[in-house]
Design a protein around this ligand. Structure first.
Ligand SMILES: *Cc1c(COP(=O)(O)O)cnc(C)c1O
Length: 385
């Protein structure tokens, strides 16, 4: 253990089981630790550094804003906040955006919209899926359909019920029983094991939402901002959500959360109903504007091509049982335990993640083909060995 790791262990709360690696700097999809070891970054800070580490264009956008004004309260206007909201609405067809600082906060805002929207009709229940992940606050934990996150933190925010993913009969029964005000779901369950929802199930969710005046709310915190090869994953399914939440990759490395609202709900929250001191921070927003500008059709097509290449190389390889996911959000079921594979990859200079029992890859969307292949070589070698 080096000095930094010892200090961290002494003073930082022990909520993370960290690897014994201290990252010093990086560029693109390569990072270097304090001992000078090089790693290919196949986790991108859990899908955050969408353009890689210290991308020149992103750094320029952020630093230009940093030396103009780094923060103002939401009592005043700043250009990056308005520019980012305009970009998000123009590219999704949504009507308005609320900015916050994380995925959990983006989901908290969605919950507040649903509660206020439905209050008039006497409803409040929000339906989410089993095995989902929506955040770590007490409300987003309640939304998260995984019991093991709940047990130690009772009582959680009431008013959430869960139904199994891809089970249409159970979904219909839950809607019948609870008359939910809203449904919140990930198109690809990320933390739950990189599991895409089936098209029929999503179509039924959308149909029921329209028929029952139930808000269709999509959690795009992990799947959003080009990750799956579409700007937002719901676009693969041809649905029109009422609310879209996103964070992670949007900021390219700075904290930002966004809750996008369709015309149907964009006036639900009025002055004083919600707020955030840092929300819409001009530096984070300037970085996010740059991220969105880079996520054009060419880049999204490259994401889909690289993903197809990775899937082709991994599928059927020795020691690999299955590959799931969409775009550059891949879950790999390995014969060896996933944690063991991740550790062995790290020792061979490649950083990746787990999701439940799977190895998870979330590289930068801009990862060069050679580095992607080098990382896949490491993973294939570890799985086959
Ligand atoms: C990471 C994640 C969250 C929580 O985001 P934070 O920024 O950690 O609060 C919520 N939903 C999904 C789908 C996520 O992947």
């Amino acid at each position: 253990m080096n000095e930094i790791q010892a200090k961290d262990k002494q003073y930082v709360a022990g909520t993370y089981a960290r690897f014994p690696v201290t990252i010093d700097h990086g560029h693109g999809s390569e990072v270097f630790d304090t001992d000078g070891n090089r790693y290919i970054d196949m986790g991108s800070g859990i899908g955050v550094t969408a353009l890689g580490i210290a991308d020149e264009g992103w750094v320029a956008a952020v630093t230009a804003q940093l030396s103009a004004v780094q923060h103002m309260s939401n009592l005043y206007y700043t250009a990056p906040c308005a520019d980012l909201a305009e970009r998000l609405c123009t590219r999704t067809g949504m009507d308005k955006v609320f900015f916050s600082n994380s995925g959990a906060e983006a989901n908290e805002c969605a919950v507040k919209i649903a509660r206020k929207y439905a209050a008039e009709s006497g409803r409040h229940t929000i339906l989410t899926l089993e095995n989902s992940f929506h955040g770590r606050t007490l409300t987003t934990l309640a939304a998260t359909g995984q019991e093991h996150f709940h047990t130690l933190f009772q009582p959680l925010t009431p008013g959430f019920v869960h139904t199994p993913a891809n089970d249409i009969a159970a979904l219909r029964a839950a809607v019948e029983e609870y008359a939910p005000a809203a449904v919140l779901f990930e198109c690809v369950q990320g933390e739950g094991g990189v599991l895409p929802l089936e098209e029929d199930f999503v179509a039924e969710l959308a149909r029921l939402a329209a028929a029952r005046d139930m808000l269709l709310m999509v959690d795009e915190v992990q799947t959003g901002n080009g990750r799956t090869g579409a700007l937002y994953a719901y676009m693969h399914y041809g649905i029109t959500p009422d609310v879209v939440t996103t964070a992670k990759g949007l900021g390219g490395g700075l904290p930002i959360g966004a809750t996008l609202m369709s015309r149907k709900v964009s006036a639900v929250l009025g002055a004083g109903d919600h707020g955030s001191t840092y929300g819409g921070n001009p530096v984070a927003a300037a970085g996010a504007c740059h991220v969105l500008d880079r996520l054009d059709d060419t880049l999204l097509a490259a994401v889909r091509e690289k993903a197809a290449h990775a899937v082709a190389r991994l599928t059927g390889a020795r020691g690999i049982k299955a590959v799931t996911g969409k775009g550059l959000m891949l879950g790999i079921e390995t014969e060896k335990p996933a944690a063991e594979v991740v550790r062995a990859c790290m020792e061979r200079g490649m950083l990746c993640l787990t999701a439940k029992t799977k190895v998870r890859l979330l590289p930068a969307l801009t990862i060069p083909q050679e580095l992607l292949d080098e990382a896949l070589d490491v993973l294939l070698g570890v799985c086959a060995g």
